[in-house]
Write a protein that binds this ligand. Structure first.
Ligand code: ATP
Length: 232
């Protein structure tokens, strides 16, 4: 059975924080590969300036080039919009029913998962790898998990994990510590709009591709005029 770590995100654009997170979790939990699944039309980011899907995919491929353990999956291109995780996981389960999947989420995102569309059904389709960037109090986090997943129970963590929970019978969430790298796509976009260097915030190949697509990037990332913001 294949065992895959799924890394979903907007990747607008991909940056070094994403890359490091994927490597840390993959190594800690002993995955052979990471499947990067860019969101085609993210519902929760409909008001943020978004590069076209093809360009975000091209940037991802450029960033991941040379890492045989990384694979880009553009499945959301074929699915109804807005893109929702449950729908993507269902499609992945249909195409490869036997795969054992872990979905990578930040600790704060995990604590909001039950509020996502069909959020509690997400864990019927995948285990969760929780990447923790914050200063971490294990017992406090376990209490937060118990509050939002009342039927869960704390279990012995596997090697490489700090904590683990059984959320539903046979469905686990495992907590992996991450070195804190405070880079976000928003920061990268801000620096780009300010005309400042993106060196070491994104891989060099991403930087070069952004430069080659300068006009498309400028149109996509240009801030909405104040009047448009007021009208929305
Ligand atoms: P934006 O700033 O536009 O909101 P982002 O940097 O958070 O974007 P996303 O593509 O929305 O990037 O994130 C995909 C996933 O990567 C999310 O689970 C997010 O928590 C995680 N992530 C983003 N930045 C980092 C980072 N610096 N370190 C670890 N994980 C990160």
């Amino acid at each position: 059975m294949s065992r895959t770590l799924i890394f979903g995100g907007t990747f607008n654009p991909v940056h070094v924080g994403h890359l490091r997170a994927a490597i840390e979790v993959m190594e800690a939990l002993g995955f052979a590969q990471v499947e990067w699944v860019p969101s085609y039309a993210p519902r929760h980011k409909s008001d943020s300036p978004l590069l076209g899907f093809d360009l975000r995919i091209a940037l991802l491929r450029a960033a991941l080039h040379g890492h045989d353990c990384f694979r880009v999956n553009d499945i959301e291109r074929t699915l109804p919009v807005p893109s929702v995780t449950i729908q993507t996981l269902e499609a992945m389960a249909r195409s490869e029913p036997a795969a054992d999947r872990y979905f990578l989420l930040g600790d704060r995102e995990f604590l909001r998962l039950h509020q996502w569309r069909s959020g509690s059904d997400v864990v019927k389709l995948t285990h969760i790898a929780i990447a923790c960037r914050t200063e971490f109090d294990l017992d406090a986090f376990a209490s937060e998990v118990a509050a939002v997943w009342p039927a869960s129970r704390r279990v012995e963590p596997p090697a490489g994990a700090l904590l683990a929970f059984e959320l539903l019978p046979g469905r686990f969430a495992v907590v992996v510590p991450l070195p804190r790298i405070d880079v976000s796509s928003s920061l990268v976009r801000r620096r780009w709009l300010e005309g400042r260097s993106l060196s070491h915030l994104v891989p060099q190949a991403v930087l070069e591709l952004l430069e080659r697509h300068r006009e498309e990037v400028a149109v996509a990332w240009r801030p909405a005029p104040a009047s448009a913001l007021q009208a929305s």
